[in-house]
Design a protein around this ligand. Structure first.
Ligand code: GLN
Length: 455
């Protein structure tokens, strides 16, 4: 649902009834998109809106927040048993901004455990189902954030994207999702998985709403040392662009069929060429080495003492520590902690981690060269249609599904997923990649593509 449609509803029925109706829909939902629903809080805020006491650019608009983004006094689990009783004592920067603009936080969205996954199947709270086919996944790791926007269980949502986690569920759920330039949105209060790769970003049902949510969450924050200190303002334009198709990013026949149709439409208004990125051959491997290395270090803080899940009996420290972690973490998280520790270990550091960082530099160079020639680059967001639940049983096959999305995170660039209709009744997404801080170009191009496609 678009903000404009929500506002009409609120005008006709009042915010309280509109929110109550949404909460009922969530309660009856089969999607499993929320870990926590903030029922009482949301209704109180709606009453406040009806009394004219809630102001701001998102006043009275229900927003879902991914469950790895800290919300003061509200359960923030990262979809992990180890944080299953964790209530942060502070709000993330983005949550402060939402509250400042009068948004109603309606709930905490389900996700892969610690954002490690592509299908939300690693969640301790169970898989999120795809709104278009309940036997299929909604994507991941921000599966809940994608599904709620598609199914009117929120108007807007926040996700986080370390290697595709906003764009994948946007693509699989047929909504818009943006991974901002690294540093545009403060990560203060985002529970880290791989700090050098991730960004919080918006998901919405149209470009204007996506742009507005980005305007709200982007900006200066001294509490994140990587914050760029820049604001974002959406300025509509209709420039003719040079568009590069990335040869190394593809998909199966179903996805490519649609992608090629979209390219034909884009050609009517823009100059389209092809570009080759030789380093992408190694990007997926480099991404997983770096992401797992950072994860292994980040996740060392969960010891059953300082946060979350704890055991009754404290025997020796070592035994307690391993027991808490053995019980508290799921299989995929453990796999990554082990592989990451291995890649960082003294004997193998040069062979894996250092090499991955070198590949990262090559990826950045390839992008730099491409942007000397093109304004935006395009590819299918995901190489396949939404997977059946359980279809990606082995981890490597799952990792391979991220092939089109991870190079962007290695380089810290912004990328947008635009829904481009359905194939076999399942949504397909177009990925649009831009140069650093070119979110405005991406959003305007995304808007044009949507209009051309639907019209
Ligand atoms: N699927 C990727 C991973 O598991 C990306 C996850 C993400 O962006 N958080 O690392």
């Amino acid at each position: 649902m678009k903000i404009a449609e929500w506002k009409e509803k609120v005008e006709n029925h009042g915010c309280y009834d509109a929110v109550a109706e949404m909460l009922d829909r969530i309660e009856k939902s089969k999607l499993n998109a929320y870990i926590t629903v903030c029922r009482d809080q949301a209704l109180r805020m709606a009453e406040k809106y009806d009394r004219g006491e809630l102001n701001g650019r998102l006043a009275g608009v229900p927003v879902a927040v991914k469950d790895n983004i800290s919300t003061k006094d509200v359960l923030t689990t990262c979809a992990s048993k180890i944080l299953s009783n964790y209530r942060p004592v502070f709000d993330a920067h983005v949550v402060e901004r939402l509250k400042h603009e009068g948004a109603i936080i309606i709930g905490k969205a389900n996700m892969d455990e610690f954002a490690m996954g592509t299908t939300t199947e690693t969640s301790y709270y169970g898989v999120v189902r795809n709104p278009y086919d309940l036997e299929r996944v909604a994507g991941g790791s921000s599966g809940g954030s994608g599904a709620v926007v598609a199914a009117d269980e929120a108007v807007l949502s926040l996700g986080s994207d370390t290697g595709g986690s906003i764009r994948c569920p946007a693509s699989f759920c047929g909504v818009y999702g943006l991974k901002p330039t690294y540093g545009l949105v403060s990560r203060y209060g985002l529970i880290p998985y791989a700090n050098s790769l991730e960004q919080i970003g918006p998901m919405a049902d149209c470009i204007e709403d996506l742009a507005l949510l980005l305007e709200v969450i982007a900006g200066k924050d001294v509490r994140d040392s990587t914050n760029a200190g820049r604001e974002f303002r959406f300025v509509p334009d209709e420039k003719r662009l040079k568009v590069g198709i990335v040869k190394e990013m593809g998909g199966n026949d179903e996805v490519m069929g649609r992608f090629n149709e979209v390219v034909e439409v884009i050609k009517q208004h823009h100059e389209v060429g092809e570009v080759s990125m030789p380093s992408f051959k190694y990007a997926l491997a480099a991404y997983y080495i770096i992401a797992m290395s950072e994860a292994s270090s980040n996740l060392a803080r969960y010891d059953g003492v300082r946060y979350g899940f704890a055991l009754e009996k404290l025997d020796s420290w070592r035994r307690y520590f391993s027991k808490v972690r053995a019980e508290g973490f799921g299989e995929e998280v453990k796999r990554r902690i082990m592989l990451g520790s291995y890649a960082l270990s003294a004997g193998y550091y040069g062979k894996y981690y250092l090499k991955a960082q070198k590949v990262r530099t090559l990826v950045i160079r390839d992008f730099r060269r491409a942007f000397e020639q093109y304004d935006v680059l395009i590819s299918p967001t995901m190489p396949a249609l939404p997977f059946k639940i359980g279809e990606l049983a082995d981890p490597l096959t799952m990792y391979k599904a991220d092939v089109n999305t991870v190079p962007i995170n290695l380089a810290g660039l912004p990328a947008l997923s635009v829904p481009v209709g359905f194939v076999k009744k399942l949504p397909v997404g177009l990925q649009v990649i831009g140069n650093y801080f070119s979110e405005n170009t991406l959003l305007n191009f995304g808007k044009q593509v949507s209009e051309l496609w639907s019209g």
